[in-house]
Design a protein around this ligand. Structure first.
Ligand SMILES: Nc1ncnc2c1ncn2[C@@H]1O[C@H](COP(=O)(O)OP(=O)(O)OP(=O)(O)O)[C@@H](O)[C@H]1O
Ligand SMILES: [Mg+2]
Length: 318
């Protein structure tokens, strides 16, 4: 196992009053547990604001949990030695949605992609340039880009640079937070294919956050479905997409257009989020759930095992 998350909670204070008093707290993660194994892709889906990016940031140690643990190779990251932490940082990398913001505009491409190598290894200038050339070739760019600056590249090319930088240290895990959603539709598939190729070549694991359900279905070994800071369903890609259990997942999946009109799916409609009743305990999907009953209001969201790999947090399956 590369990484393990145990009962992680994370909340954000919002709406500070004039005197700095916190008036509201957003519970972005509500007791998330999950494991990421070598060479697998874990897809993460769920509507905007459900906590996907926050979970990605917790994995990257960009956000610290309020409660719960993040273990790298069995050791809590907060307790790692300086050397151990350096190894964790080297092995857990990130690709974000917008390459525009993640590449330093004042650095040349070769400097960007070799920054991590420079920090971690004692390499000569020539060796770094050679390595940069190799990395660009891996992401399908010619060495003519080495001495350019990020603004001279297209969005898709910039994302390839971000990928080259992420793979430079041969990481074990890459958190990819909507890596294609800022890109032109025609370029999205190329970048997804590149990520798949890299995985086949280098055996890296992905924690892949995306709004594109067809992409998640196609590339993920396992999928987690999040709703309001909870994992409501988890399973192999096949289990989640073809043997969907949770009423929320059913709604989410039904909203994806099917290319074949004969197999047309019935789109399930739900009340808008602002018509919600506020609930303090139980299943967070209760206010919108077509299958709800009063027991759901006291349900602790403990996952129910459908199979060894398929888990669902819904009382319908007890
Ligand atoms: N730094 C922060 N300060 C305050 N609130 C935050 C912060 N980061 C996230 N949140 C809130 O936490 C919740 C979860 O946010 P998060 O970015 O993880 O959602 P997401 O699932 O990635 O959404 P999206 O699909 O829109 O990217 C949201 O309500 C968001 O507004
Ligand atoms: Mg996000």
């Amino acid at each position: 196992m590369i990484l393990e998350i145990k009962e992680v909670f994370k909340s954000f204070p919002v709406k500070k009053s004039f005197f700095g008093k916190v008036e509201k707290v957003i519970n972005a993660l509500n007791g998330i547990s999950l494991s990421i194994f070598p060479k697998e892709t874990v897809g993460v889906i769920g509507e905007s604001g459900c906590g996907k990016s926050t979970l990605g940031k917790v994995i990257l140690d960009l956000e610290r949990p309020d409660k719960g643990k993040v273990l790298y190779k069995g050791k809590e990251i907060q307790t790692l030695s300086k050397e151990g932490y350096k190894i964790y940082r080297k092995n857990v990398q990130a690709i974000f949605q917008n390459p525009q913001n993640s590449l330093n505009p004042r650095m040349k491409i070769w400097e960007i992609v070799t920054e991590g190598l420079k920090i971690n290894y004692d390499l000569s200038q020539k060796e770094l340039e050679e390595k940069a050339k190799e990395l660009l070739s891996t992401v399908g760019l010619s060495s003519s880009y080495l001495n350019r600056y990020p603004h001279q590249l297209s969005g898709g090319q910039k994302q390839r640079i971000a990928i080259a930088r992420a793979i430079a240290l041969n990481p074990e895990l890459i958190v990819a937070d909507e890596p294609t959603s800022a890109l032109d539709v025609s370029v999205q598939a190329q970048v997804v294919n590149l990520l798949v190729d890299i995985q086949e070549r280098q055996g890296v694991s992905y924690f892949f956050i995306s709004h594109s359900l067809p992409v998640v279905e196609a590339i993920s070994d396992r999928v987690i479905v999040m709703y309001k800071g909870y994992i409501v369903e988890e399973g192999t890609s096949k289990e989640v997409f073809s043997d969907t259990k949770h009423p929320y997942t059913k709604v989410l999946i039904s909203s994806v257009p099917v290319p074949d009109p004969i197999k047309k799916r019935k789109v399930l409609k739900l009340p808008d989020i602002d018509t919600e009743e506020t609930i303090k305990t139980g299943c967070p999907f209760y206010p919108r759930c077509p299958k709800r009953n009063k027991d759901c209001l006291t349900y602790d969201m403990k996952p129910i095992e459908i199979s060894l790999t398929h888990k669902v947090s819904c009382l319908l399956y007890t």
